[in-house]
Write a protein that binds this ligand. Structure first.
Ligand SMILES: NC(=O)C1=CN([C@@H]2O[C@H](COP(=O)(O)OP(=O)(O)OC[C@H]3O[C@@H](n4cnc5c(N)ncnc54)[C@H](OP(=O)(O)O)[C@@H]3O)[C@@H](O)[C@H]2O)C=CC1
Ligand SMILES: Nc1c(N[C@@H]2O[C@H](COP(=O)(O)O)[C@@H](O)[C@H]2O)[nH]c(=O)[nH]c1=O
Length: 336
């Protein structure tokens, strides 16, 4: 593979995908710092809303790579890191290139503006994959150009757009993704996922506004649908059902402060910004026109079990793929 801007930006994009959805309501963003021609000092991401942005994490990690015992390692809040680096950078970043998947923010929100930090640190070049479309945060590239920092915009823009897309959608309406776990041979019933994949799913449950689940799954599994693997918050639940008759003694109805909607009208979903559907092939076929992304978790085993319905016929594009332990995770969208 050629070591060029695309190579470094791909590292930033892949890092950001690890926190896709988990950074809600913020976008998933990744950042790589390279010293000189090709010395990679840091590959970082924005991990959670309220925590430091990708650039701040990457600039901190890059500095500590050269000065591992510097007092900077004790600074954890974004504001502290900004202030410390601005006072103590000593020109360290002047021969560095900073690759970031989204234009550095130009406004003070829960954390200080990344464009302001970069402006002070004066890296040799900032390479941005996608401009910020958010009216409040945009303008970072302009700020950097105004102090003569070399800027390049548009490196791996399509891939950066797929990364940014959930954020654009939940900011302007409702983002809906479908989560399905299966074995290598496509069976979907019983316990499939490893504990680490289940913990990942519970991390998603903790972040979403609403979970949609089919009526038959509720009757068959009598599920809880909480985030107990990570001691997280249980989302509201929408049971998609025509039948509408359920035993309300099952655990999902017993969670305090949870709203449970039982309906065959999907209009209610639009009251929520971030929705996860947990289901399998039948429901996927029914809901396919409404889904933004599909998250498929494939456990590397083959075993007897319930499988796909015969009539299903959907083509997907793989937007991103990775592993959670031994489990394959794929982010898919329907081919248009
Ligand atoms: N591996 C995984 O990730 C998951 C596995 N599962 C497994 O899947 C199996 C169940 O799958 P499946 O039988 O497909 O059941 P689902 O509950 O996922 O989907 C079918 C149900 O959705 C409701 N539904 C479908 N179309 C409509 C519509 N147009 N309007 C309103 N409601 C509608 C119906 O509920 P009703 O009958 O109440 O009207 C129907 O029974 C179980 O074994 C469960 O363990 C389930 C989720 C995730
Ligand atoms: N078995 C299975 C999943 N099944 C989903 O989890 C629900 C059970 O949730 P809870 O009662 O909270 O444990 C079940 O009804 C179905 O929607 N999901 C996965 O990621 N991996 C798995 O192996």
């Amino acid at each position: 593979m050629k070591i060029n801007d695309n190579f470094f930006m791909k590292l930033a994009i892949d890092e950001a995908w690890k926190y896709q959805f988990i950074s809600f309501p913020n976008p998933a963003v990744g950042c790589v710092v390279v010293k000189g021609e090709s010395e990679i000092l840091a590959i970082e991401a924005h991990k959670e809303a309220g925590q430091a942005h990708a650039e701040v994490n990457a600039l901190k990690a890059a500095f500590l790579k050269y000065y591992p015992n510097d007092i900077l390692k004790t600074k954890s809040s974004s504001k502290q890191i900004h202030e410390y680096l601005i006072k103590n950078h000593n020109g360290f970043f002047n021969d560095c290139k900073v690759y970031v998947t989204l234009e550095p923010c130009n406004h003070e929100g829960k954390t200080p503006a990344c464009a302001n930090l970069l402006k002070e640190l004066k890296p040799q070049k900032v390479i941005v994959a996608h401009e910020d479309l958010n009216n409040i945060a945009k303008g970072g590239c302009e700020t950097l150009k105004n102090v003569n920092i070399d800027i390049d915009i548009g490196c791996m823009k399509k891939e950066a757009y797929e990364l940014l897309y959930p954020f654009l959608k939940w900011n302007s309406g409702t983002f809906i993704f479908y989560k399905m776990a299966q074995t290598l041979n496509g069976s979907i019933d019983g316990s499939i996922s490893s504990n680490s994949a289940k913990a990942y799913v519970h991390t998603l449950r903790d972040k979403i506004d609403l979970m949609l689940i089919g009526g038959n799954t509720v009757r068959t599994d009598m599920p809880t649908l909480d985030a107990r693997y990570i001691a997280g918050r249980a989302p509201d639940v929408f049971i998609y059902s025509k039948n509408k008759v359920f035993d309300t003694n099952i655990p999902l109805f017993k969670i305090p402060n949870r709203k449970v909607h039982i309906s065959d009208d999907l209009f209610k979903l639009l009251d929520y910004k971030f929705v996860m559907v947990e289901g399998t092939y039948n429901l996927l076929d029914t809901l396919k026109d409404r889904l933004d992304y599909i998250v498929l978790l494939v456990n590397p085993k083959i075993r007897n079990g319930a499988n796909a319905l015969n009539e299903i016929d959907i083509d997907f594009e793989i937007v991103h793929e990775n592993y959670i332990g031994e489990e394959k995770i794929m982010f898919l969208k329907r081919k248009s």
